[in-house]
Design a protein around this ligand. Sequence first.
Ligand SMILES: NC(=O)c1ccc[n+]([C@@H]2O[C@H](COP(=O)([O-])OP(=O)(O)OC[C@H]3O[C@@H](n4cnc5c(N)ncnc54)[C@H](O)[C@@H]3O)[C@@H](O)[C@H]2O)c1
Length: 337
Amino acid sequence: MRMNELRFGVVGWGYWGPKIARNLDALAQGAVTMVADLDEYRLAPLRINHPWMKATTRAEEVFRSDVDGVVIATPVRTHYRLAKEALLSGKHVLVEKPLTANIAEAEELVTLAQEQGRILMVGHTYEYNPAVNELRKLVQNGELGKIYCIEAERVNLGLFRSDINVIWDLAPHDISILLYILGKKPEQVKVQAHTHLQAHIHDIAHIDLGFADGISAHIHVSWLHPCKIRRVTVIGDARMVVYDDTNPAEMIKIYNKGADVHADPVVSYRNGEITIPYIEWIEPLNLECEDFAGAIRTGSQPRAHGGVGLEVVRILAKAQEALAMQEKQTIAIPPTI
Ligand SMILES: NC(=O)c1ccc[n+]([C@@H]2O[C@H](COP(=O)([O-])OP(=O)(O)OC[C@H]3O[C@@H](n4cnc5c(N)ncnc54)[C@H](O)[C@@H]3O)[C@@H](O)[C@H]2O)c1
């Protein structure tokens, strides 16, 4: 350990935990010193590849250790209990998305962090993505004109989860992007979702959000799709933008396209240039970890603070309610002969 180095503990050593650990460990003044996972099998490679990190099957050992900050990268149902225990032990906490599985738990964590004087942060990785920040700049500085609507797609084959549906698994990313780039909260939600591979766990969902000033947003999330698509399209009256997270060389494309209806049926179309801004790429998880460490050192509020996590959980919970209503409101189409 170097002088002034922050010590981190990571709870959950599955798919995501090691990725966060790699970025925390790469910080100029940070090191992961402890890792916990219930599953000894997951810890076995860690003991070989990172023998300097203490590995344990008991999360409490991490909370009682001398680490400054803890990352919770476990299944969603466990976030609240583990984050609460970590905060009560005086640790700064970064919880993976979504912050918790319901509103009451998220509210309690936000209050507890304030009472304890500790940082509570949520893993809204896309808020740290340089392309999302470029998109936010375009929306916020008026370059796109009046925003009409936003379409977000996040589809692929899997990863199927058995504890939460696709809305709670994938939509936190798109909801956090929308809140971040628009700088406002939605006022209405409508949802259509379907179950295919697992009973009661929706694997395809379409979420409609209504914002003030008539802005609408549509989110399509799916675990049952042949292609990996991670795209956000913003339609403004001056410009339209496509952010494609799977195309590193051309993540943002700005289209000078539009249409005006002067007098029905007279429509004029604008088909202008397509601009691809240069985006200086830094791994978003690296920036997220920097923000966590910076907040611990200075007491400043991280970008993806607990309050933002709570807001996303509120919208997810309302989307879940809307889904239950939608399922009662289908109208049968009578068969034809
Ligand atoms: N920000 C992102 O882009 C992103 C990407 C993927 C996953 N995630 C989030 O990361 C979290 C973990 O997802 P994952 O894909 O790594 O899941 P995973 O199932 O691969 O790993 C979870 C690990 O947590 C361990 N675990 C469960 N309960 C535990 C407990 N009480 N104490 C210690 N360990 C425990 C499990 O044994 C498992 O190894 C989820 O909240 C998920 O939403 C975020």
